[in-house]
Design a protein around this ligand. Structure first.
Ligand SMILES: [Zn+2]
Ligand SMILES: [Zn+2]
Ligand SMILES: [Zn+2]
Ligand SMILES: [Zn+2]
Length: 422
């Protein structure tokens, strides 16, 4: 009898133990199945949205949902207008909160009002009315204008209503105002003279800045920079080179006054070369007058061109984006040598000569081979090259390999002519 009770107790214990182990395993499995499904739903929602949503598992500062005003740890933020929302409130935020309009008609009185977004104002920002610090209370409070970046207290905003005109703030000379694009879009005759007439309203020193960033360069820095520039400029002037080619992005220059635009290339020498080739192509299309000036923010592994032009050898976020824009606004213009190089292979005169573009420095031999191998490898598996240290290690690997294999041995005997034309 005792034996039967004992064995029943053993079975009960076994059952409970199994239950205690099985339940968490099942919950974890269920969650891991749900997660991708949820991610797909969110992706779908983001794609249809007019906001530029980005999901984060943990906000890096105290954040409040712009819809329900509750403090949130995870959720989505729009890198254009700065609206934040938890997962449940994203669809509502989409309907009730407007994003930065890239193109908008001019009001009848010619004014342009601030576009205020409530809450989550940047740390250490000051009210443009009373000059006291903003966003100090632990709740959804105070406003920031998505265009001029001015911040105001909830109460002070009332006092501002009579003078609510937005002047686009400190960076008005590099921002493309939404009204300008609207007017260009409605022009009967798209001609540079017309653009110049419209640009008068944008100020005498207006020189729009186009940002082209390679998100494959640097430690995810390209992605961060795209968001930072979208926040400060018109999102239409910020391009992700993994979505659009430089040639297409540069077509925006043809809607701006001739010679007025400036392009910031965020990436390595390869990206800069890609953009410069696209600029060469503009010449072939007869768009010489729209060719922009070029500045560089070095994100890649090879940043020789940036270094030689004084923009540094690598950027890792040490300079705030505001300061970067100021540096660009004050930069001196210098001309750079661009050469066309024609490479003809020895002995095979029927093969079409290769025509390459060259900046004021170039390389033939082991280091060029190393860069080429690196580039080919990165194109094949871009995810592997997300860290600058890994990139440098791969460079080192190819360099060592070439010392042993000596693929470039007797290159001078194998290469017959290098034609250089201006
Ligand atoms: Zn919410
Ligand atoms: Zn938005
Ligand atoms: Zn404003
Ligand atoms: Zn105030």
């Amino acid at each position: 009898m005792d034996g039967a009770v004992e064995s029943r107790e053993e079975w009960t214990l076994l059952l409970w133990t199994g239950f205690a182990v099985l339940v968490p395993v099942l919950i974890t499995l269920w969650c891991s199945f749900q997660r991708p499904k949820r991610k797909v739903q969110l992706k779908d929602l983001f794609r249809k949205s007019k906001h530029g949503w980005h999901y984060t598992d943990l906000f890096n500062k105290p954040t409040y949902c712009c819809v329900c005003a509750q403090p949130i740890l995870q959720g989505a933020f729009c890198d254009c207008c700065g609206v934040c929302a938890d997962e449940q409130c994203i669809p509502r935020a989409d309907i009730t909160l407007a994003c930065k309009e890239i193109m908008a008609p001019l009001r009848a009185d010619g004014s342009f009002n601030h576009h205020w977004v409530r809450g989550n104002v940047p740390l250490a920002s000051y009210c443009s009315v009373c000059k006291q610090q903003c966003g100090t209370q632990p709740k959804l409070c105070d406003y920031r204008c998505v265009w001029c970046q001015a911040t105001v207290h909830d109460d002070c905003k009332m006092a501002l209503s009579s003078e609510g005109q937005c002047d686009m703030g400190e960076f008005h000379s590099v921002i493309i105002p939404p009204q300008y694009l609207h007017q260009v879009n409605n022009l009967r005759r798209r001609h540079p003279d017309e653009y110049c007439k419209l640009a008068v309203a944008c100020g005498s020193v207006w020189s729009p800045l186009l940002v082209l960033a390679n998100t494959r360069s640097g430690n995810n820095m390209g992605e961060v920079l795209l968001g930072e520039f979208r926040t400060r400029l018109n999102p239409v002037q910020v391009f992700d080179l993994s979505d659009i080619t430089p040639a297409k992005a540069l077509q925006l220059c043809t809607l701006l006054p001739p010679g007025g635009a400036c392009v910031l290339v965020c990436g390595g020498d390869g990206t800069v070369g890609w953009v410069l080739d696209a600029i060469d192509a503009m010449k072939l299309k007869g768009q010489d007058q729209f060719i922009p000036r070029v500045t560089i923010l070095p994100l890649g592994t090879g940043n020789d061109l940036s270094n030689s032009l004084g923009w540094g050898s690598g950027y890792a976020g040490e300079i705030p984006v505001e300061q970067l824009i100021r540096n660009i606004m004050e930069a001196e213009l210098v001309k750079m040598d661009r050469w066309k190089v024609q490479v003809v292979s020895k002995g095979n005169y029927f093969r079409k000569p290769k025509v390459l573009s060259m900046n004021n420095y170039f390389s033939v031999g082991p280091d060029a081979l190393m860069a080429l191998n690196f580039h080919a490898h990165r194109e094949k598996t871009p995810s592997f090259f997300s860290s600058r240290i890994i990139n440098k290690a791969v460079y080192f690997l190819y360099g060592t390999k070439d010392c042993l294999v000596q693929e470039c041995k007797d290159l001078d005997k194998r290469c017959l002519f290098v034609f250089i034309s201006f």
